[in-house]
Design a protein around this ligand. Structure first.
Ligand SMILES: [Zn+2]
Ligand SMILES: [Zn+2]
Length: 135
């Protein structure tokens, strides 16, 4: 399914192909901090399908506790988080659900990861598979 995304101020716009029903919710501490929220919801798009339509995101390279590095892309003007990808030759972009125009059509999430860090009041449907850490 083709999706269109943009940041809050509209400086950056993109499109990509995603599989509805393949969303992941991440409860890890990094996602809570970087999103400024209780958790982050992502959907993966093949890199070949991703096209920047407008603007150039700013990037921040995050080093996880495992040493794994990820590029986090965001709008330098309004700060909206846009996607994450590998530092070298990414094969996929992890799109932030809240930036996608079709976000209402993509859920519910297929799985939740880092479930042990989930805030106690966050309740997802019971059939959303939960993983401790990154499967
Ligand atoms: Zn913006
Ligand atoms: Zn996370």
């Amino acid at each position: 399914m083709k999706v269109q995304g943009q940041c809050h101020c509209g400086a950056i716009a993109f499109e990509a192909d995603v599989e509805p029903g393949s969303m992941t919710v991440c409860h890890c501490t990094d996602c809570q901090t970087h999103s400024g929220s209780a958790f982050r919801a992502n959907i993966s798009a093949p890199a070949a399908s991703f096209r920047l339509l407008k603007g150039e995101p700013r990037t921040y390279v995050k080093t996880a506790a495992s040493g794994n590095q990820r590029v986090l892309a965001f709008c330098a003007h309004c700060g909206s988080p846009l996607y994450a990808c590998a530092t070298q030759e990414p094969t996929a972009y992890s799109l932030r659900i809240g930036t996608l125009r079709q976000r209402h059509e993509l859920g519910p999430p297929q799985r939740q990861i880092w479930a042990q860090r989930r805030l106690a009041w966050v309740a997802l449907p019971p059939d959303v598979e939960a993983f401790e850490g990154q499967p």
